[in-house]
Design a protein around this ligand. Structure first.
Ligand code: SF4
Length: 328
């Protein structure tokens, strides 16, 4: 029996956060002084939770954080995941989302351990602007070195996610287009969502899909290409065929109708949606019971998965956790 919510959406994608610690302090995420709030769990605990979920139909596992490469056992964790098989007997599609600061030394070991894909969060290709956004010195050099190491290791296509904020980095759109072409990576622009630590989000700060397309097309016309319904990004290639960009537009073009995701937080809670108001204590069930108890609990929780987000609507409520404590 595959995991399906009450709207008929098959739940095949899991995002598991292995820490809420981070070595960056990005202005649109760490806007308050919360810092890390939850103790990291032993990797074996995440592995047990993932194993049960894979037996219920999960096919893709994305490792997130905070910054997951801060965890010493991350390479071994990837190796363990690569030994798991989906209900169809296939290997898991494993990916990691990282800020790239530590990637240069870890790209090859992660690839050798069985990692399939890597996504690097990067919000500027101008080193000075990069430093202003991340509030970390010399990060830009580390991240570009990490991206190139990931490509050399064969973690292709390397995706680069850029969160756009009006007044901060919308002037980087065309530069990122050139970066995608020059570096051979897929750059995806993300509309800013109200998931920051305290309240800086407003509709005015969001740079919407249509504006991103309009700005990039002034550099070179784009052609839209097909994307899977459960994929969050709309995909485009430049008219000369060199370079691909994507746009993840949860605010202006929501994609909740095809949502196939649930998340496990670094302290072992299930979140059925980024904007959930509740956490479900899978770790507690795991500590008290069997794998069968966990599966029954997961089945019950998935029936409570939200239909969609309500960003920008009068009844919108900020989620009970900020992004760094959820894990993207
Ligand atoms: S907002 Fe919630 S329901 Fe919508 S796509 Fe994101 S996780 Fe899925």
């Amino acid at each position: 029996m595959r995991l399906t919510d009450k709207f008929g959406r098959a739940i095949t994608d899991l995002r598991v956060s292995i820490t809420d610690r981070c070595n960056y302090k990005c202005v649109y995420c760490r806007t308050g002084n919360e810092g890390a709030q939850y103790a990291d769990l032993p990797m074996a605990d995440y592995l047990r939770m993932v194993r049960v979920l894979v037996s219920m139909g999960i096919e893709k596992v994305r490792i997130t954080g905070g910054e997951p490469l801060l965890r010493k056992g991350v390479v071994d964790f990837v190796r363990e995941l690569s030994l798991l098989r989906t209900v169809d007997g296939n290997s898991l599609d494993t990916a990691i989302t990282t800020n790239g600061h530590l990637l240069a030394d870890l790209a090859q070991p992660l690839k050798d351990a069985g990692l399939k894909r890597v996504t690097v969060s990067m919000d500027a290709v101008d080193p000075a602007k990069f430093a202003r956004i991340t509030r970390v010195e010399n990060g830009y050099q580390n991240v570009t070195a990490g991206i190139r190491a990931a490509r050399r290791a064969g973690l292709d296509p390397v995706k680069v996610n850029c969160v756009l904020l009006r007044g901060f980095n919308e002037d980087q759109i065309v530069e990122f287009g050139k970066f995608a072409r020059d570096e051979g990576v897929v750059v995806r622009f993300i509309e800013f969502m109200p998931l920051e630590e305290d309240r800086v989000w407003s509709p005015e700060i969001v740079v919407p899909l249509d504006e991103i397309l309009q700005r990039m097309s002034q550099f070179m016309p784009l052609k839209e290409i097909a994307h899977a319904s459960s994929e969050t990004a709309r995909r485009y290639i430049f008219e000369d065929g060199i370079g691909e960009i994507g746009i993840i537009a949860p605010v202006s073009h929501p994609f909740c109708g095809h949502c196939s995701r649930i998340r496990i937080t670094s302290d072992g809670k299930i979140r059925t949606c980024l904007f959930s108001q509740v956490d479900h204590d899978l770790y507690g069930v795991m500590k008290r019971g069997s794998d069968a108890d966990m599966a029954a609990y997961i089945e019950k929780v998935v029936q409570q998965k939200e239909a969609r987000h309500h960003i920008g609507e009068p009844d919108f409520q900020k989620p009970s956790r900020s992004m760094v404590h959820i894990g993207g």
